[in-house]
Ligand binder design. Structure first.
Ligand SMILES: CC(C)(COP(=O)(O)OP(=O)(O)OC[C@H]1O[C@@H](n2cnc3c(N)ncnc32)[C@H](O)[C@@H]1OP(=O)(O)O)[C@@H](O)C(=O)NCCC(=O)NCCS
Length: 185
């Protein structure tokens, strides 16, 4: 697919919003280490990312995403070259009945929250969805993740249902998730 690139200025800081590339693999490890230890609202425990990927396999994955037509994986890069946020949107491929669907996921590093990065990355993904004639965008979110819920509701997502005890935490407690959808037609 053609490459996306945008300079984004917010609250006196500059970010480059762009497709992730093969040579971002090392930076992705650093980003994942950060975000997985900052929040319990992502799907992984700290250390799980590093345990399931090598630098080589991560680089291969980023390369295939960047070359493919069915996924847009964006990063927000700081002026000093660190990754501040990632946002991936994946089209449902395979069966014809579900090709109108896509899934989206986002993480922003805590020191860059509330700067509008989440909102801007979603807006870029919405444009991509429209271009790909995707009709419905889906996500899941912890029912206690009020920050993310506020963002998603303000962007036109609706709560479609609750997945009970969908995540089990290390202390044995459970988390419920909302499934949310945004309809483009
Ligand atoms: C949720 C997350 C993606 C938001 O990203 P962000 O870049 O901080 O979001 P933005 O600055 O673009 O937008 C913030 C919007 O969210 C909402 N929001 C922010 N904080 C909020 C809060 N405490 N309560 C309610 N709504 C809140 C508001 O609508 C706000 O919009 P506004 O400031 O323009 O009025 C980010 O906090 C994050 O990555 N958190 C950790 C990982 C995570 O939870 N990922 C989502 C998993 S489903």
């Amino acid at each position: 697919m053609s490459k996306y690139q945008e300079s984004f200025e917010t609250k006196g800081q500059f970010f480059l919003l762009r497709n992730a590339e093969e040579n971002d693999a090392q930076k992705m490890f650093e980003f994942m280490r950060h975000v997985d230890s900052e929040t319990t609202f992502l799907a992984r425990e700290p250390g799980e990312f590093e345990a399931s990927f090598s630098l080589e396999s991560e680089a291969a994955l980023l390369k295939s995403w960047s070359a493919g037509e069915d996924k847009l994986f964006l990063v927000a890069e700081t002026k000093s070259g660190e990754i501040a946020a990632t946002c991936g949107c994946t089209r449902n491929i395979g069966r014809r009945r579900t090709r109108h669907l896509a899934e989206i996921a986002i993480s922003v590093r805590q020191d860059f929250w509330r700067m509008g990065l989440g909102r801007r990355l979603f807006q870029i993904q919405f444009d991509w969805c429209r271009q790909k004639e995707i009709e419905k965008l889906c996500l899941t979110v912890d029912t206690e993740n009020l920050r993310a819920l506020g963002l998603y509701l303000s962007l036109g997502f609706v709560v479609e249902g609750t997945l009970k005890q969908q995540a089990k935490m290390p202390d044995g407690s459970y988390r419920d998730l909302y499934t949310m959808g945004k309809f483009f037609r």
